[in-house]
Design a protein around this ligand. Structure first.
Ligand code: 8YV
Length: 317
């Protein structure tokens, strides 16, 4: 039996897979670094499947050389790749298996913002019958910032499902850009006429606080921003100021700098604003994606146990 420590939240998201994984003993553990490391040491496990917490020390001491840190998901901003490499630990993720779920979530947030669905539902439940006016998606312009697999799926649904015009922003030319009507390397050009702007870029040093006040000012006053990528790419204080002063009209956020959300500045609490939808990082939280992520993470570990390191979804630094 291969012992694998799985952080509790991820274990719960794919209970059936982890409980029934043949050849594996999957053991849930707290996600906080010290608790996770303690569980690894206590069980003698070499493998850990982790969520989105940031790990910077204990975890890398607890996992022995040749062990694996397997992300249940794609983004790996929480993993210190240099430290892992120095300790001889393999790091991997699960690309490709959650794209539909995240893309559908981004589209859902866009529709919800366009038609005020969350606010209308909350108002109705609170006894306020306020059939407020929204806008159609059909014929509107969507800027997709980051045209990787998820961005391209969003573009496809928006263009072929809703009849939107899609402008893509990326530093590289995407392999298949058939759903992208116009591609640019210039952010200002991408957002200048956009009604909706959906972000699909990773949180890496060069994209940290990418959405700052200057870039928000490049958007139309009526623009709605959607972020299902990472909280690290958005300066939340700048967004607060932009929404408060009408620089842009709205935002729908699934990811935050600190999760669970807590404001970066107590005086700039996004929860106090009307024009904002905030969901608790549920982009990939579908039964289907979670099952696939769990299976992909376990497969990566199985490959490692057979020495097939090159076949793993290794995280390239
Ligand atoms: C998390 C994500 O991995 O894949 C990513 O980068 O942000 C998420 O899908 C997942 O929610 C962890 O349980």
């Amino acid at each position: 039996m291969i012992k694998v420590i799985v952080t509790e939240q991820e274990y719960k998201k794919a209970l059936h897979v982890f409980d029934n994984a043949e050849g594996f003993e999957c053991i849930p553990a707290p996600p906080e670094e010290s608790g996770l490391a303690a569980k690894i040491r206590e069980t003698g496990a070499k493998f850990a499947i982790i969520g989105i917490n940031k790990y910077c020390l204990d975890l890398y001491d607890a996992i022995p050389e040749g062990g694996v840190i397997a992300r249940f998901g794609v983004g790996h901003d929480g993993v210190d790749k240099v430290l892992a490499k120095n300790r001889g630990i393999h790091c991997c993720n699960t690309p490709g298996v959650l794209d539909d779920s995240v893309a559908e979530c981004a589209i859902g947030l866009m529709l919800s913002a366009a038609r005020h669905l969350a606010a209308c539902s909350a108002g109705n439940k609170a006894g306020r019958w306020n059939p407020c006016l929204g806008i159609e998606l059909s014929g509107k312009i969507l800027a997709v910032i980051g045209c990787g697999n998820i961005g391209k799926k969003v573009a496809k649904i928006a263009k072929y499902g809703f009849g939107m015009k899609v402008v893509g922003f990326d530093v590289a030319k995407p392999a298949d850009s058939s759903a992208i009507d116009e591609l640019t390397h210039d952010f200002a050009t991408a957002v200048k006429n956009a009604d909706f702007i959906s972000f699909h870029i990773p949180d890496i040093p060069s994209t940290r606080d990418f959405i700052n006040f200057d870039r928000l000012k490049m958007m139309k006053h009526s623009a709605i921003l959607i972020n299902t990528a990472r909280g690290g790419i958005l300066n939340e204080n700048a967004l607060y100021d932009a929404l408060k002063s009408g620089i842009i009209a709205g935002a729908a956020l699934d990811v935050f700098k600190t999760e669970p959300y807590s404001p970066q500045n107590p005086e700039k609490d996004l929860r106090t604003l009307d024009g904002i939808i905030m969901t608790p990082h549920i982009g990939s939280s579908t039964r289907e994606a979670c099952e696939r992520m769990a299976k992909a993470a376990l497969r990566n570990i199985e490959l490692a146990t057979h020495g097939k390191i090159k076949e793993m979804n290794l995280i390239i630094q």
